[in-house]
Design a protein around this ligand. Structure first.
Ligand SMILES: *[C@@H]1O[C@H](CO)[C@@H](O)[C@H](O)[C@H]1NC(C)=O
Ligand SMILES: *[C@@H]1O[C@H](CO)[C@@H](O)[C@H](O)[C@H]1NC(C)=O
Ligand SMILES: *[C@@H]1O[C@H](CO)[C@@H](O)[C@H](O)[C@H]1NC(C)=O
Ligand SMILES: *[C@@H]1O[C@H](CO)[C@@H](O)[C@H](O)[C@H]1NC(C)=O
Length: 721
């Protein structure tokens, strides 16, 4: 507990500040119905499983008690559905065992994979009695075969439990708990030759499974190596001799051709090895961040050694930082093929006559074939053609020492992205070729708050392009998928599935905004004067993703000032939305920079002048000033010509003489009408003061109540340790 307590707010604050700069998205796009296509069915929840069937033009969605087939091009168009409910007897049984019949005792579809024969394999939690079935899609209908296969070890019992599954050549790999109580866990291969992990805490100790990925290491292998399946997870560490439970992040791997041993490790993995993954967020953290998702990114034209694993790490305590760490597949593989092993040694404490197990680096002899290695040419030369032929000393070694000594570090030895805000839940990555001909990895990250964060790491510099609200309510993104056929992202949550394009370039209406957004998908087309998607045909676009260099942007046409009239003593509101959160908004009156006064209020999207006088007449300009790596860019977002009428007769206010394509027309929330005169703002300002006063009083009250009740023990207890 003292670990947690030492992470007091007191020293969290200054650290958060240092992150602020580049951890903010350049823009936040609020939810708008027409931004996204949505699929949702009345009364159906938990859309957390997806299978892309690009061959059939389908997105297959697994939800609670149902599977849907929707149009890959437009998820709001449903082609077919099939219900799969737990039977009454199963539901009753589940309820009798103390689970909630209305929620837990339902059939949550969790596993959905494509088989070689075009069918699909689907599993559900089925009222804490997991079952699997085959499913096919033909003539616009989804059909379950009602095979009722035992789903134990393939799909979790508990719908809230994390698990991972993967289909490789009709073999199902799954990492999940194996029993009703969720206390036994295993990495399992089924459908083909069944192999699983031994039931020992050495292999998996209270694990939380995250992801399984297949790496085709046999392709063009000079050593005749086998393909491997890597498992990403977190578990309670065995290697630290702390009294407290320490959770660590891991990657484990097995060989695709593993058939188990004969009398030692029969039907068990002979190739299961694991290593610790590190994602060093900030040096001062004591509780390590924990892996939550992993995504394999491989260039189809390059060898597997160039594959990257993008992972999400989140804190174990209540901080609001999340991180992305990227691992090189070659670095991961090397730890298993060349690294040292750890070995358990029993340490006796003389005084107390107690003993405990400590894991230390093993420096003794390593048998041949190397423990945990796949069968390769060297093994075959020694007449070992399959794992069944492995000598006992190799099997015994791997059984006792499955943990590698080396820790795997991310690319650059630090996170590729760290952000304060809604916790990250899922990540997928897309590669795009920018106008500079270089390839960039664009990360799309789902959050707990129903948003998708789009970010790039430019040679070590993290840059968050935007954060897009894809769901109306702030709910967690449970799954993310990407289709190269449609160039669309699909995100699932408890309430539905949405589809969004990888880029919406026309959100930028000026060249400077388009270039400073540094989105590798978008560039400025001088001919049409629009921010457009990069395509192979238009390489002449203005783009500068590395530097944000907008100096090539053409001079924008001068703004036509919008006329505004106001009488003396009235209140004037001028509208101006800055498209960038990274930029500062500056107001000028006849070229003089305005600063806030008792009469001038700088609101988020408006300038408010109360009690106007003759001196307020003039030309007002709203400027955006944004720094990029190379330069500082100032652009005019809006201009207003303000006339102040001194007579007691109200002037004829004509709010609609603004041109429709006013340059400040922000794509999100620009009003269609020109800024209007707001004659009655003074009472609102009084109201604001009152609200602030009330807030201060309430805050002081809360503070004294807390002090009185001793709720700030955090600080005190920390001093004691
Ligand atoms: C399913 O969705 C409902 C409604 O949003 C939610 O309350 C529940 O926690 C979800 N269940 C699981 C297992 O995710
Ligand atoms: C998807 O379908 C819906 C309903 O049929 C339609 O309103 C929407 O415009 C379509 N979206 C796209 C991108 O075609
Ligand atoms: C391994 O395969 C080789 C060539 O296929 C064969 O000659 C040899 O007998 C096999 N060894 C065993 C132990 O099966
Ligand atoms: C989550 O989203 C809501 C609105 O959608 C916002 O008010 C809230 O601040 C967000 N929370 C975080 C942690 O970003």
């Amino acid at each position: 507990m003292h670990l947690l307590l030492s992470l007091c707010v007191v020293w969290l604050l200054p650290m958060a500040w240092t992150l602020e700069g580049n951890s903010l998205p350049r823009r936040i796009i609020s939810y708008q119905q027409d931004n996204v296509d949505l699929f949702q069915e009345e009364g159906v929840f938990n859309y957390s499983t997806m299978l892309l069937r690009e061959d059939l033009g389908l997105l297959v969605i697994g939800a609670r008690e149902a599977v849907y087939a929707v149009d890959l091009h437009n998820v709001s168009i449903k082609f077919a559905s099939v219900k799969w409910e737990a039977t009454q007897a199963q539901t009753d049984d589940c309820g009798n065992k103390g689970k909630d019949p209305e929620t837990e005792c339902k059939n949550y579809i969790r596993v959905l994979h494509e088989m070689g024969d075009n069918r699909m394999y689907v599993c559900g939690t089925n009222a804490f009695d997991p079952q699997c079935d085959f499913m096919s899609y033909a003539d616009g209908t989804l059909t379950l075969e009602n095979k009722a296969e035992d789903g134990k070890g393939k799909c979790p019992f508990d719908p809230y439990q994390k698990f991972a599954s993967l289909m490789v050549d009709d073999d199902l790999y799954s990492a999940t708990s194996m029993d009703f109580l969720g206390s036994k866990s295993a990495l399992l291969r089924s459908l083909g030759v069944s192999i699983r992990t031994d039931e020992t805490e050495r292999l998996l100790k209270q694990p939380n499974f995250v992801s399984l990925v297949h790496i085709p290491e046999s392709v063009n292998s000079a050593t005749g190596d086998d393909d491997k399946v890597y498992l990403f997870f977190s578990e309670t560490a065995v290697e630290y001799d702390y009294y407290n439970k320490v959770v660590v992040s891991r990657v484990a791997r097995v060989c695709k051709g593993d058939l188990g041993g004969v009398w030692r490790l029969p039907k068990k993995w002979t190739s299961f090895l694991k290593a610790r993954l590190e994602c060093p967020i900030l040096e001062s953290w004591r509780l390590a961040y924990i892996i939550q998702d992993a995504y394999r990114w491989c260039d189809p034209f390059k060898p597997w050694t160039d594959c990257l694993i993008f992972t999400i790490f989140t804190p174990q305590d209540a901080s609001d930082l999340s991180a992305v760490c990227v691992y090189n597949m070659l670095d991961i593989s090397r730890v298993f093929t060349e690294g040292k092993y750890k070995t358990p040694v029993t340490v006796e404490i003389k005084e107390t006559e107690e003993s405990f197990v400590k894991w230390v680096m093993y420096s003794g002899e390593v048998p041949f074939p190397r423990p945990g290695a796949c069968i390769d040419d060297a093994a075959r030369k020694a007449n070992i053609n399959q794992t069944l032929d492995l000598p006992d000393k190799t099997l015994l070694f791997v059984k006792e020492k499955p943990l590698m000594d080396n820790v795997i570090q991310p690319v650059g030895k630090k996170p590729s992205l760290v952000r304060k805000g809604a916790t990250f839940t899922r990540i997928i990555v897309n590669q795009v070729q920018a106008a500079d001909d270089r390839m960039y990895h664009v990360m799309f990250i789902g959050t707990e708050n129903g948003t998708v964060v789009k970010a790039v790491n430019y040679d070590g510099e993290m840059f968050i392009i935007e954060e897009l609200h894809v769901f109306k309510s702030p709910e967690a993104i449970k799954i993310l998928r990407f289709s190269i056929v449609t160039d669309q992202l699909y995100a699932g949550s408890d309430s539905g599935v949405v589809q969004i394009p990888v880029a919406t370039c026309d959100r930028s209406s000026t060249c400077i905004d388009c270039v400073l957004n540094r989105d590798p998908y978008c560039g400025w087309d001088k001919e049409t004067g629009k921010c457009v998607a990069l395509s192979q045909l238009q390489k002449k676009l203005i783009q500068s993703v590395q530097d944000g260099d907008a100096s090539l942007c053409p001079k924008s046409a001068p703004n036509t000032p919008v006329n505004q009239s106001i009488w003396v003593g009235g209140n004037l509101k001028l509208h101006c939305t800055n498209p960038s959160i990274h930029a500062a908004t500056i107001w000028e009156q006849d070229g003089r920079t305005l600063s806030p006064t008792g009469r001038h209020y700088f609101l988020k999207d408006d300038l408010l002048i109360i009690n106007t006088s003759d001196s307020d007449a003039g030309l007002y300009s709203c400027l955006s000033v944004e720094r990029s790596k190379t330069n500082e860019y100032t652009s005019t977002l809006a201009e207003y010509q303000v006339n102040v009428a001194s007579s007691a007769i109200a002037p004829n206010v004509a709010p609609n003489d603004a041109p429709n394509d006013a340059p400040n027309d922000a794509p999100n929330d620009a009003p269609n009408d020109a800024p209007t005169v707001a004659p009655n703002v003074a009472p609102n300002v009084v109201g604001l003061y009152a609200a602030i006063a009330l807030f201060v009083i309430a805050f002081l009250g809360l503070l004294s109540w807390n002090v009185y009740n001793g709720h700030f023990t955090c600080i005190r207890r920390n001093e004691r340790t």
